[in-house]
Design a protein around this ligand. Sequence first.
Ligand SMILES: Cc1cc2nc3c(=O)[nH]c(=O)nc-3n(C[C@H](O)[C@H](O)[C@H](O)COP(=O)(O)O)c2cc1C
Length: 192
Amino acid sequence: MPEPVPAVLDFLLARRSCPARTLTAPVPGRDEIARLITAAARVPDHGKLGPWRFIVLTRPVLDRLAGLVEERGAALEVEDRKVAKAIAQYRDSPLAIAVIFVPGDTERIPLIEQQLSAGAVCMTLLTAAASQGWGTNWLTGWQVYDRDFLRDGLGLADHESVAGVIHIGTPSARPPERPRPDPAALTSWPEA
Ligand SMILES: Cc1cc2nc3c(=O)[nH]c(=O)nc-3n(C[C@H](O)[C@H](O)[C@H](O)COP(=O)(O)O)c2cc1C
């Protein structure tokens, strides 16, 4: 017989992201972060390649990244509005964890399946942190597709990329609801 855990489903049915700009201190401590990462790394992973790793971005690191975003935005002539948004993402965040996609053997496991596993890591990290009452937000932005930013800011090798930057903190405001998809419109039930 199934052994339901109704609280988990209730939580998932109500889960919402908090805009990163509403996140403040306090943030989870080192031991809790290790626990959240342990949960996040417990995802389906075809071939057991573990094609991901984590970089914890604390306040001083986030400040350094905000400076680099400004520099790279100017070098790439990114629109001012987009640069300002990306700077704020790092300057205002109390804590973030970058989930890094590290592709493994694609002869054995298709790239898309490895990418999906990295996405599952991001979602599990987001959900695990939210389950503990933290506000969370999964962000990327133009800067995570800039190889110079990835190398100089995060120390990534050329074959690595960012699956998501998961911002975590104490929400200063209740997150706004947004319209959710209608499951009936998305689901088919073939008869045979
Ligand atoms: C891969 C990925 C990247 C995202 N990057 C951004 C981003 O850079 N900026 C942004 O405003 N939202 C971004 N989002 C959207 C937010 O994370 C989130 O979907 C939105 O705030 C609604 O959240 P909720 O459905 O969890 O409540 C991204 C989502 C995903 C899945």
